[in-house]
Write a protein that binds this ligand. Structure first.
Ligand code: NAD
Length: 493
């Protein structure tokens, strides 16, 4: 048997095992075999990491000039570019995501660090038009303190960058808790952070389970903000935990994103966008376009074309550059998907392609592109977030009907509209209750584009100009400008 790779946690600039010596194995989704061993953070490891971040905040990081913090952000970006191949490989082994995506993403994610490095010295305060004589009052933006960044296993480099980059730029320090399902790439990332020479304790990387690690982190009294990406059930725990330390919480949660294709859409473009939206990353994306509404005149023809495109998708090893869909990241996910498909078929859903484990699944967690026709969108596959390559397809008559159907779901993260009619595209995109709408395209991200949802998809936007302010608090400072003593100490002026 090949030897497992061993990782350590990065706390206060040191590489540490858990103080309980507990470890767990992480599996390669391609073959269901353990390939690395990582320390499981205990409550006291969490305490060590948070205290290190707190000290670094108090002693050094919050006092650095913005332009000096920016230098470290740029250094992190450069390290990402230089080490993209290694990062991509490790993320692919640990999550089963395609190397052609993880490798490119590591390079692209560097842009987020550059973007927030650029913003570090551009967040300004104000001089207040105050209503009192002999007073000058100003506001400044000050850092919050220790940020707990909690990320899921998918797109960890991206979901870490959207938290870490603005947090560091504004003078906060960070404890990153990676997912127990695929923690390795975050430890590789920590090695690069160390190489930048950033002061000890400014960035700490740990991993572990919801309890004790996640719980200890989100209840810790020195944590001031929890930036969380993950599922809605975990979010409920985190909000309850935040009652202990009164920390601020931002939530990027799941989605069941609807896509509408009108009769007048450019069909080849729509098919490519839909394929990217639901079969890219094997559908394991929070913005996956998993509910498809087709207008009745094109319904059968378009669906046949989409099925034929889906059946051509090349399933294979995630490191192979020819592969278009790799395995799912974990076995539990495969079971959730199978259960939902079974229930949907029992309630009248018609599985038009896929629907059963791929033969490769004897070894790994492979599941083929699956398309299910549903008479109504309350069938389980059409209603629940499956986080897999499963597309539920429904028919609609007109604009009004499709808007109401698109909005009839608990989530509100992403959405898509395909039409050649510009005015209709504008009307429908405006009416959709979601944080993101793609018109005639899908699955794009950018450092300058705010990312996040409404309804049960969470609150707080990540990326973009505004989100940097989420890593600050406003401070008001009053200056008395007269040489005369103030009068009447017993009356508030
Ligand atoms: P998850 O909620 O199970 O886990 C997310 C993280 O929370 C992990 O690090 C986990 O260890 C941690 N955690 C679990 N219990 C905790 C607790 N009690 N206290 C603190 N932390 C705890 O999610 P997952 O299965 O890893 O990821 C899939 C989910 O993430 C999907 O719902 C997906 O839609 C969502 N997601 C959202 C976005 C977005 O930006 N909106 C992006 C990617 C993924």
């Amino acid at each position: 048997m090949t030897e497992l790779k061993n990782y350590k946690m990065f706390i206060d600039g040191e590489w540490l095992d858990s103080d309980t010596d507990k470890t767990f194995e992480t599996l390669n989704p391609e073959n269901n075999k353990p390939w690395a061993r990582v320390p499981e953070a205990s409550a006291s490891d969490v305490d060590k990491a948070v205290k290190a971040a707190h000290n670094a905040f108090e002693e050094e990081w919050s006092k650095l000039l913005p332009r000096d913090r920016a230098k470290f952000l740029r250094a992190i970006g450069n390290k990402l570019r230089e080490n993209a191949e290694l990062l991509g490989k490790i993320e692919t082994i640990d999550t089963g995501k395609l190397f052609r995506e993880t490798n490119k993403q590591a390079i692209y994610i560097a842009e987020y660090y550059d973007y927030y490095a650029g913003l570090a010295d551009k967040v300004e305060g104000t001089v207040l038009p105050i209503d009192k004589p002999n007073i000058q009052a100003i506001t400044t933006r000050i850092p919050i303190g220790v940020i707990a960044a909690i990320v899921p296993w998918n797109s960890q480099m991206f979901l870490t960058a959207t938290k870490l980059a603005p947090a560091l730029a504004m003078g906060n320090t960070v404890v990153i808790k990676s997912s127990e399902l695929a923690p390795a790439v975050m430890f590789e990332f920590a090695k690069l952070i160390e190489e930048t020479g950033i002061p000890k304790g400014v960035v700490n990387v740990i991993t572990g389970f919801g309890d004790p690690c996640g719980k200890a982190l989100t209840t810790h009294n020195l944590v001031e903000k929890v930036a969380f990406t993950g599922g809605p059930e975990t979010a409920r725990h985190i909000i309850r935990n935040s009652a202990e330390n009164l920390s601020e919480v931002s939530l990027e949660l799941g989605g069941k994103s609807p896509v509408a294709v009108f009769d007048d859409a450019k069909q080849e473009n729509a098919i490519n966008g839909i394929t990217a939206g639901i079969f890219g990353a094997s559908g394991q994306s929070c913005i996956a376009g998993s509910r498809l509404y087709l207008q009745k005149n094109i319904y059968s023809e378009f669906l046949d074309k989409l099925i034929s495109r889906a059946e051509k998708i090349k399933i294979g090893a995630p490191m192979d550059p020819e592969t278009e869909m790799g395995p799912l990241s974990n076995f539990k996910q495969l079971e959730v998907i199978e259960k939902n498909i079974k229930l949907t078929a029992e309630q009248g859903g018609k599985v038009r392609c896929g629907g059963e484990r791929h033969p490769f699944s004897n070894e790994g967690y492979y599941f083929p592109p699956t398309i299910i026709e549903c008479d109504n969108h309350n069938l389980p596959a059409a209603e629940n977030e499956l986080f897999g390559p499963v597309l539920s397809v429904m028919k609609f008559d007109d604009e009004e009907e499709v808007i109401s159907k698109m909005n009839d779901n608990q989530y509100g993260l992403s959405s898509g509209v395909y039409t050649s009619d510009f005015a209709k595209g504008l009307r429908v995109s405006k009416a959709i209750r979601a944080g993101i709408t793609f018109v005639n395209t899908y699955r794009l991200i950018s450092p300058s584009a705010p990312f996040g949802g409404i309804k049960d998809s969470g609150y707080g936007k990540e990326a973009g100009l505004e989100s940097i302010k989420d890593y600050t608090r406003v401070k008001t400072t009053w200056y008395y400008t007269s040489d005369e003593p103030t009068l009447d100490p017993f009356s508030m002026r």
